[in-house]
Design a binder for this molecule. Structure first.
Ligand SMILES: [Zn+2]
Ligand SMILES: [Zn+2]
Length: 255
């Protein structure tokens, strides 16, 4: 079974919503893997509210190097230190992820890296390759964003999820999303094309073409979110049998 919890659904500077961040749990019989997808500066609050055991999280995926997607890492790591975490934590992201995270930690909490009582394992994920980790298959593709962003697809026996990170879809990311059960797409605007961002209408088209069952709209521009909320009846008609979701923080979906 795959379960996704929306820890945050906001864009970078939304006063009402934590940064977009997902907690994905992949369970099979007694074993499960827990991944956090993106960890911006306000995402740790959404994560801590889940009240997980200190060793529950296996890994964190960072889609790109914008603060609303990775700057929560220092806080997460130092709280793990405070709470006595012992299990290794894997940090996944594009080339350069290790330097980025270690530098961020050092700026936020100088000299704390050597105090950590658990190992940090860095794993670079790049497009055009398959990665098998924790019994999951990971693939990525670049979207069109102002900072190089990788959309991620995670395949687990019988189920797959696609998380866009930021950016408008590209031919490569549309191909990657095809056939995934759940698409979580950054949709900064409803239909206005803003360079480097996705749209709600584009995401619906993407999910239709990819024959996905579920589409979740996240990272909506803070002033646009209410408009999307008020347009959901119309948008659901456009979506047809597609399960169109405008998640609130802490909402969850099981696949
Ligand atoms: Zn962002
Ligand atoms: Zn960004």
């Amino acid at each position: 079974m795959v379960e996704v919890v929306f820890l945050g659904v906001g864009e970078a500077f939304d006063e009402n919503n934590y940064n977009t961040s997902l907690l994905a749990t992949f369970s099979q019989e007694s074993a499960s893997t827990v991944l956090m997808l993106d960890c911006g500066f306000t995402a740790p609050m959404g994560f801590w509210k889940q009240g997980l055991e200190v060793d529950a999280l296996d890994g964190i995926w960072v889609s790109h190097f914008h603060g609303d997607h990775f700057l929560g890492l220092p806080a997460i790591l130092v709280r793990f230190l405070e709470e006595g975490r012992k299990k290794a934590l894997t940090i996944l992201g594009q080339k350069g992820i290790k330097d980025l995270i270690l530098n961020s930690l050092d700026i936020a909490y100088p000299n704390f890296y050597k105090k950590l009582q658990f190992q940090l394992v860095f794993s670079e994920i790049e497009p055009n390759k398959d990665y098998d980790i924790f019994g999951l298959n990971l693939k990525s593709a670049e979207s069109a964003h102002s900072q190089r962003n990788l959309a991620l697809r995670i395949d687990f026996p019988g189920k797959s999820i696609y998380y866009s990170g930021d950016g408008s879809p590209t031919r490569e990311s549309l191909t990657l999303a095809k056939g995934s059960d759940l698409i979580v797409q950054e949709t900064f605007s409803i239909e206005a094309e803003i360079f480097g961002h996705g749209t709600v209408l584009g995401a619906i088209k993407m999910a239709h073409e990819g024959k996905s069952a579920h589409l979740a709209l996240v990272h909506i521009q803070r002033k646009t979110r209410e408009k999307v909320f008020n347009s959901m009846e119309y948008l659901r008609k456009l979506a047809g049998p597609l399960n169109l979701i405008l998640p609130e923080p802490n909402d969850r979906i099981a696949l």
